[in-house]
Structure formats: C-alpha cells, structure tokens
Design a protein around this ligand. Sequence first.
Ligand SMILES: [Zn+2]
Length: 148
Amino acid sequence: MVDNDVNLMALGEAEQGGAETPLLCIKIASGIGAGLVTAGGDVYRGADGAAGDIGHTRAVSGGNVLCVCGSVGCVGAIASHRAVLRGLGIPESTDDDPLHGTRVLAQRVAEAWAGPRGARRGRRRPSVRPPGPGKSGTPPPRRTGRRG
Ligand SMILES: [Zn+2]
C-alpha cells in the first residue's frame, strides 16, 4: 500500500490500534497534516484529495509568515516542528547532526519538565507536564475497539 504517511498512521490506528472511527489523526513534524478515517474504515480524501492538508489552513493570527505553499499564515508555517525551531532560533540541522534541532528541542523540553533546581524535592512544580495519567489525575486518551 502506498499513501501519505499520516493517512497510513490513521489507518493503522483504526485497524490495528483499536481506535474508534470516524477518526482524525494529526501529525506535527516538518509540516502539519491529518489523516481522516471514516466510520466505514476508509481514508477520507475530500473532493480534491486534500482533506487532510490542514497545515495549509490560515491561522487566525497567522501573520505574514510565508509557507512552503506560497501563502502566508498557514498553521504549518507557524506551528510545525520546523516553525517552532525557527521561532526559537535553533538550526534544524548542522553539518554533523541532521537531527540537531530535534535533539536541542527535546533537551529544552526535558529541562523545562524537570523544572528549576529543587523541583524534584517538591518545592516548585515543573512548568511543563506530560499528558496522560499522573499526579494531575488526567486520564489517558480513551481507546475503544471498532467492530468489524
Ligand atoms: Zn501553506
């Protein structure tokens, strides 16, 4: 099977992951895209085949950031992994490390998550918390099986 990566991710979640359909799967990477799976288990492509191209939706406060599509203010141009790196002034890659930006961003998130010194002793709460179960009591995402 050959298809767009996020369409295949959505199909995988629907068919193998036990996710309930209809299903919307959003991928945030160098751009932002979505895979949509209908209640019948098919990828929904829309009239022009671009139903999942949500990264090129104009953001309300998108400003004048130029997108690879040529428009300005697209969601992907301001909120993708690449856009976040650009906004923080972190190079996406270097001559020795093609994943430089990813590594630096992961380190910064880990540092923010750990919080300032003393946070582990419970004096201060970290400013960033992971999703899912934990001290916040937030339950994990609900997953239900699809019959058929
Ligand atoms: Zn665009």
